[in-house]
Design a protein. Structure first.
Length: 632
């Protein structure tokens, strides 16, 4: 039975012949295209109807009315754009008319012609994307969302302007692979698709200087489907390496002051107190420069890492590395470097005599050389998605994806209209003093995202404590002057098992140097209270650590960076590489500056995520990270 009662939408949409032809091709495994509509069958079924609203003047008046309402600036690891609140209660002449028509007439049309059961509930908001704005890979599969839709409002939009609706195929393991189809936003066109397990898509970065990509977007809702449970996500086994028995002369690589006994003790005290340390100019300058030159070699083979809903950056094939880089990797694998890390951290990173005790576990490590350029990113993601993700309540979000006044988490197990949260715990102390067993991720609107609409970071209030290291002679003789409260170094057990006396905290630090002052600032952050999540980080991730049951997932990250500045000596990005506790209101525990020849040591639990944000199209060239993870 065809739906015929309509005044707002183009008349041909409601003709019996149109609906009959639509149903025929919607239920066909093949694609179809005509002047009146297009159905794309792969990588998932999606329909586009051009000239959807009958009256273009209505569309322009609608857009004009939208400009009178507030758009919230949203920026997280997943997205950056502007969005209204849900339009259900918006006043005006045109917004309520459109909303009621979608809720009644168009809902009936969708249910009749797609055979998808709906319940009459819709979500609707307006999104505005400007230069560098984007929304990365996701599937919209949350709760009772059944059909996602987008009505495009921008005239004369071209592929060169960016902002395409990109569709992802699936790899052999059921994870999102690569973009195989891109739809250019077409003025007055309606695009919609059924929300299913493989409906992975993104809004590509907008590159237009003087244009804004406008849309009306949301979902038609219906009964929750039990067959949309996530299947276990396949994880490629990672090779863990025992320390190489070959000794390496550390003095030929490392700036000598960082090998001095009193300096190593200084670093260890810092790590024991805060679980991290930054060490500037770690490698000798001539050695570092040689490696920095060789890392740009055209002979290195790079492979893009995925899946796209978790990460997107390149990793080098170690077999193709130049000799200097192979030697650097050998340094980090060597028993000599394991011993140095034990001095720096106090961790049990030196093998014991396993012949005498077969139950003694040997320390291990793994590493990867990463290459980052425009379009690269890591995302926080919910590990429950690797097993099962049945969401109970809609969070009113999409373009494609997110409600403006929500704290939104893709594929979480517990959601409401305002927040994603998790139960707090004080069982384990993790990097930076956070004390959570379970993680959540709050994707917040501008009021709690840490940035304002212009992208400027808010300044946090800090409690300060510091101590000086004054080197008196090349032999390492020095004195220490301590300001702030003095505390005894914590034992490893204290750091791992004790609850923080002050709760969770955010730490920032200047690098350690021979005569530099070490400033430690702490921002006290309150614990969260609801829900249950466990999260992972990038390719060398805490998810991988779960397979290392004997090591309980705790790891020491060791990272050094190359080519973080451009030819003029300006940093390529002001963003930091963050260690994040998503359970916290402001989840960054430490912020690692992107700076050449900085060695970062970060001891973390599997509940802490390492996050490197999306690099937009202004990013200049390549940056390289050598990232190692060590396990006791």
């Amino acid at each position: 039975m065809a739906v015929t009662d309509q005044n707002l939408f183009s008349e041909h949409v409601y003709s019996s012949s149109f609906q009959e032809e639509f149903r025929k091709h919607w239920n066909s495994p093949d694609g179809f295209k005509s002047p009146k509509f297009e159905i794309i069958s792969s990588p998932f079924k999606i329909c586009r109807i051009p000239n959807f609203l009958k009256n273009v003047e209505f569309l322009e008046n609608l857009k004009s009315e939208l400009t009178k309402h507030d758009f919230n600036y949203l920026r997280t690891d997943l997205y950056q754009f502007q969005r209204t609140d849900d339009l259900v209660n918006m006043r005006g002449d045109y917004i309520p008319t459109l909303y009621k028509s979608f809720q009644s007439t168009l809902t009936s049309w969708m249910e009749c012609n797609t055979d998808i059961k709906l319940n009459g509930k819709i979500s609707m908001s307006s999104a505005r994307y400007q230069n560098t704005h984007h929304l990365l890979c996701h599937d919209d599969n949350m709760g009772d969302r059944r059909i996602a839709y987008i009505l495009y409002l921008s005239k004369d939009w071209t592929e060169q302007d960016g902002g395409t609706l990109d569709l992802f195929d699936m790899d052999q393991h059921g994870a999102p692979g690569k973009v195989v189809k891109s739809l250019v936003p077409e003025y007055n066109s309606l695009v919609f698709f059924e929300v299913v397990n493989n409906s992975y898509h993104q809004v590509g970065e907008v590159t237009a200087d003087a244009k804004s990509r406008w849309s009306i977007n949301g979902w038609f809702h219906g009964p929750i489907r039990n067959d949309l449970h996530k299947q276990p996500r396949y994880e490629i086994p990672k090779n863990l390496l025992e320390p190489s028995v070959k000794e390496v002369e550390l003095t030929s690589w490392i700036t000598e002051r960082y090998l001095l006994p009193k300096i190593t003790k200084q670093i260890q005290r810092n790590v024991e107190k805060t679980s991290y340390a930054f060490i500037e100019d770690f490698l000798k300058q001539s050695t570092y420069q040689k490696i920095a030159n060789d890392v740009t070699s055209q002979d290195i083979n790079w492979q893009m890492m995925g899946p796209a809903d978790m990460r997107h950056y390149e990793v080098a094939d170690e077999k193709t590395l130049p000799e200097s880089l192979k030697a650097l990797c050998d340094l980090f694998k060597s028993i000599s470097f394991f011993r140095l890390l034990k001095k720096y951290t106090g961790l049990d990173l030196v093998p014991e005599d396993t012949a005498a005790n077969s139950n003694v576990r040997s320390p291990k490590m793994r590493l990867e050389l990463q290459r980052w350029s425009a379009g690269c990113y890591t995302l926080l993601y919910d590990k429950t998605m690797l097993e099962d993700a049945t969401d109970e309540i809609d969070a009113n979000s999409s373009d494609e994806s997110i409600k403006a006044d929500s704290r939104f988490l893709l594929r979480t197990a517990q959601l409401d209209d305002t927040a994603v949260s998790t139960s707090s715990s004080t069982k384990n102390k993790i990097i930076g003093g956070a004390t959570q067993e379970q993680l959540k991720r709050k994707r917040t609107e501008s009021s709690s995202s840490g940035e304002n609409a212009s992208g400027e970071k808010k300044i946090a209030k800090h409690l300060d404590g510091s101590f000086d290291v004054d080197q008196k002679s090349p032999t390492g003789e020095k004195t220490e002057s301590v300001s702030g409260t003095s505390t005894s170094p914590a034992t490893k057990t204290d750091r791992l098992e004790s609850a923080s006396a002050t709760g969770s905290s955010l730490h920032k630090s200047e690098a350690i140097s021979c005569d530099a002052k070490i400033d430690i600032t702490t921002d006290i952050v309150s614990d969260s209270e609801e829900g249950t999540l466990v999260l992972c980080d990038d390719n060398l991730s805490s998810n991988d650590e779960d397979s290392i049951s004997t090591r309980d997932g705790y790891a020491l990250d060791v990272m050094i960076q190359f080519h973080t500045v451009n030819a003029q000596g300006t940093p390529k990005t002001e963003d930091t590489i963050d260690y994040v506790n998503p359970c916290e209101e402001q989840g960054s525990i430490i912020e690692v500056p992107q700076k050449d020849n900085y060695l970062c040591l970060a001891y973390k639990s599997p509940m802490v995520c390492r996050l490197q944000r999306y690099l937009n199209h202004f990013y200049d060239g390549y940056t390289y990270n050598l990232l190692c993870m060590y396990y006791e």
